[in-house]
Design a protein around this ligand. Structure first.
Ligand code: MRU
Length: 354
């Protein structure tokens, strides 16, 4: 049980702040270094933020959304200083649009990234329509990013409350990947449900799938749960079936990178397999995500772009004659999802409110 729950020991994952000289700097946890080292990277360079997103230094759908918004705000700061080559008027708008597109397309699957980059770009367009100067645009975008950070945490806490209501006291929860505080500005989605339930004394233990090939479960979820004081058992991905067969899992809770209009869910590769196992063993399968992860423009999972990553993540030493397939995400059909939990409530996948 979680007598030592200490959510406040978790770091702020992505945070835009003003330095003493008034300039905005993004600070983020470099997740490549965990669990060995909790280290914060700091940058004013919007291109460095794009690189950090691509390299999984910042990862997790809501976290890359906030980081992407901050990248657009940092672009505006550079433009205001005359360093982005943005010019004025229509040239400024074009340059802003190109920068926002560069940010939005850094990774293709998590819709939160595009949603946040375009929302920030549109905030800048509105400020320009109101007669704002480039400096005033930069100010407005700084404030907009700070609101997005706060909204993300508030959404996660609401998701946690709705999700905790679905869990029984003594729950043993299995999760896949890291949909924790590290994957958001703060608190987490799937692990937000765990933290809210733990605060109510409902969590006996969390089983964390290691999450091949990059180890978000082994490196991040296990670290985060231990730091927050939640009992955690790490398992290899191929152990989930045996665990369920032994009756050791009461619920599966995972996050999402994009949810189609029909309730199909894209999440970290391996999630689909866990959902099939959960159905076979009669274990409820819950997806926790903010409404910014829902993409109503995509009818079903077949329309969700799936990122394919470097083969070296699977096979560090190339082998002659061996090809590698390395999709980062898979799609779990809505029929296998018990409830989708958003900040607005817990919905059957076919009746999502957004
Ligand atoms: O490749 P990643 O580590 O960014 O993948 C992250 C996931 O799949 C998470 O489960 C998802 O983004 C939800 S995060 C709250």
């Amino acid at each position: 049980m979680t007598e030592n729950l200490q959510i406040d020991r978790l770091p702020r994952t992505v945070e835009l702040a003003r330095d003493a000289d008034g300039g905005a700097t993004l600070s983020y946890v470099d997740q490549r270094l965990l669990p060995a080292e909790l280290s914060f990277a700091r940058t004013r360079d919007w291109r460095a933020v794009v690189d950090a997103i691509k390299a999984l230094a910042v990862r997790g759908a809501p976290a890359i959304g906030v980081a992407g918004a901050a990248a657009v705000a940092l672009w505006a700061q550079e433009a205001a200083a005359g360093a982005a080559g943005a010019g004025e008027g229509a040239a400024y708008r074009d340059a802003l649009g190109r920068a926002a597109e560069t940010v939005a397309s850094a990774r293709p699957t998590a819709v939160n990234l595009r949603w946040a980059a375009e929302r920030t770009r549109d905030g800048a367009f509105r400020a320009l329509d109101g007669g704002a100067t480039p400096s005033e645009v930069a100010e407005a975008l700084f404030d907009q990013v700070k609101r997005m950070e706060a909204e993300d945490e508030a959404a996660n806490r609401a998701i946690g409350a709705h999700g905790a209501a679905l869990l029984r006291p003594g729950s043993r929860v299995l999760t896949h990947c890291n949909a924790g505080s590290l994957a958001t500005a703060f608190f987490g989605t799937a692990l937000g449900v765990v933290y809210a339930a733990a605060a109510q004394g409902k969590i006996e233990r969390v089983y964390a799938d290691e999450t091949r090939p990059v180890g978000q479960g082994a490196r991040l979820t296990a670290w985060e749960l231990a730091r927050a004081g939640v009992p955690c058992t790490l398992v290899c991905d191929n152990m989930a079936a045996s665990l369920m067969a032994r009756g050791e899992v009461d619920a599966v809770v995972v996050g999402a990178d994009r949810i189609a209009a029909n309730g199909d869910v894209a999440n970290k590769i391996g999630t689909y397999g866990v959902a099939v196992l959960a159905r076979h063993h009669g274990v409820p399968f819950y997806v926790a995500a903010p409404t910014s992860t829902i993409d109503a423009s995509v009818a079903d999972g077949a329309g969700i772009p799936i990122e394919e990553r470097d083969p070296a993540e699977v096979l560090p030493q190339p082998l002659a004659g061996v090809e590698v397939w390395n999709p980062a995400f898979d799609v779990t059909p809505a029929a296998l999802v018990t409830r989708i939990v958003t900040e607005r409530g817990a919905f059957e996948p076919g009746s999502l409110v957004y």
